[in-house]
Ligand binder design. Structure first.
Ligand SMILES: Cc1cc2nc3c(=O)[nH]c(=O)nc-3n(C[C@H](O)[C@H](O)[C@H](O)COP(=O)(O)OP(=O)(O)OC[C@H]3O[C@@H](n4cnc5c(N)ncnc54)[C@H](O)[C@@H]3O)c2cc1C
Length: 433
């Protein structure tokens, strides 16, 4: 008998890899020269590669591990276009016009994503069930309502409707929230199947993919770049760095602008249909307004609960995080106390110091980085935008380009301060009223 809360066949690998086993890619011989070298084979790297190859460019993806080994085959699969910062915060920082443009860009990302999945006929169990964000405190409910009103009035976008505390059970069967907001756009998909189907389109477009080939250095070489990898050097006219929460020292100019954060997640054993339908009456994706939030959802087949969050202030083994997340889940749904965990895994997201997505060109290198916790939609979109920028088309225009991409003095990409910041965030969550 396995120790509670784990199932006898518990695995420390993503539940998603059951339906989409890790692809085995034999490392290809490296070409001497390509038009574009893309570093990283997640959604961002693949989107850039796909659109470039379809426009006739010779494209090579360089991937340190197997394709999609980063966050893109591990995520919660919750698809949304919202930003980490509310409209009010954006307005205070950038003024109304830029704030509106940023919010609209998030919405454009969502529209692009829906069209992309449909036009590419990507069969990734995408269900447009929308999202419910639970208010952790009454003041959070008021702030969400104010923000939604302001966005409607000043940006002209309807981002959803408020749900009073008395009606929360119609969205999710818990009494921990002080109301919440439903955003009807977006929904949930199977992230690893999305990655796999996406990769099929990328390979069919003629992209070369060198797996198990970490990039070690990128230096200027004539008009282009010499990209040194563990298996040799490739010349590239352009390079796109799409490494998000795994950004290496080889691109230190980006690494020092990103805070990699381990996100932890579990899948439960299968539950009866009536339990799942009661817990998630509208099958929505769920998140909350805490600084250290929970995100959870029914699995695409609506049989399991997928529950994620930051398990501890420090990084931990997935056995330990599995127990902690089970406790968190039981805090939301006490009736799941005896339900077993079958999978517990982790992956890295990347935060920017300003909590905004970033894309553009730095030191001649193109980039789309800083998902700030949610990148299924936005990293796909920014990969597309990166391709358009390299191709020089008008579609390249993007409100996330040209923002200052801040760092802090002496920061080298090792976020030693995370436990301190997270303890402070936990305190803020505790005292929120
Ligand atoms: C547990 C978890 C849950 C999440 N849940 C959600 C969610 O529900 N909704 C949502 O929208 N987002 C979610 N996210 C975030 C989302 O998964 C990411 O934003 C997105 O997958 C990032 O895609 P990407 O292509 O930018 O980077 P990644 O998919 O992380 O890919 C980066 C790649 O770069 C490669 N790489 C690194 N260094 C090198 C090198 N030197 N040479 C070559 N290759 C290199 C890595 O191996 C990796 O494969 C979650 C993330 C995690 C970890």
């Amino acid at each position: 008998m396995a120790e509670a809360p784990f199932a006898d066949d518990w695995k420390a690998t993503p539940y998603w890899w059951e339906a989409a086993p890790r692809p085995e890619f034999v490392p290809i011989p490296l070409p001497q020269a390509v038009d574009v070298a893309v570093v990283g084979s997640g959604y961002a790297g693949m989107a850039a590669a796909l659109y470039l190859a379809r426009a006739g460019r010779d494209v090579l993806i360089l991937e340190a591990s197997d394709p999609g080994h980063g966050a893109s085959s591990r995520s919660g699969g919750m698809a949304g276009g919202g930003l980490k910062l509310g409209y009010g915060e954006l307005k205070a920082k950038f003024g109304q016009a830029k704030a509106a443009a940023l919010v609209r860009e998030g919405d454009n990302a969502m529209t692009f994503f829906d069209e992309f999945i449909a036009s590419e006929q990507i069969q990734c169990q995408y269900q447009k069930v929308g999202r419910f964000v639970g208010a952790h405190a009454p003041s959070h409910y008021d702030a969400m309502a104010r923000d939604a009103d302001l966005v409607k009035k000043e940006v002209g976008l309807d981002t959803g409707h408020m749900i009073p505390k008395s009606d929360v059970a119609n969205e999710v069967a818990t009494d921990i929230y002080h109301g919440g907001k439903v955003t009807p756009s977006g929904g949930g998909l199977h992230p690893a199947v999305y990655h796999q189907e996406f990769l099929d389109r990328v390979m069919a477009a003629g992209v070369k993919l060198a797996a198990m080939t970490p990039v070690e250095r990128i230096s200027r070489d004539g008009d282009g770049f010499a990209v040194k990898t563990s298996r040799g050097t490739v010349k590239a006219k352009e390079v796109a760095v799409m490494t998000n929460g795994y950004t290496p020292r080889a691109t230190q100019q980006f690494r020092r602008r990103l805070v990699p954060v381990g996100s932890y997640i579990i899948a439960t054993e299968e539950l009866p249909d009536d339990t799942m339908n009661r817990l998630f009456p509208n099958h929505r994706m769920i998140a909350d307004t805490k600084k250290i939030l929970y995100y959870y959802r029914p699995s695409p087949d609506r049989k399991r609960v997928i529950f994620g969050g930051r398990a501890k202030t420090r990084d931990v083994e997935t056995r330990e995080s599995g127990k902690v997340l089970h406790d968190f889940m039981t805090g939301v749904f006490p009736e799941l106390k005896d339900v077993k965990v079958t999978h517990s895994w982790t992956g890295n997201v990347a935060f920017a110091f300003d909590k905004l997505p970033h894309t553009g060109v730095k030191d001649g290198l193109h980039f789309a980085l800083a998902c700030n916790g949610s990148g299924v939609v936005k990293q796909t979109y920014l990969g597309y935008k990166t391709a358009q920028r390299i191709l020089g088309t008008p579609e390249a225009e993007c409100a996330f380009e040209g923002l200052a991409f801040p760092t802090i003095p002496l920061y080298d990409g090792n976020p030693w301060f995370l436990p301190i910041v997270q303890r402070y965030y936990q305190y803020r969550d505790r005292v929120a009223r």
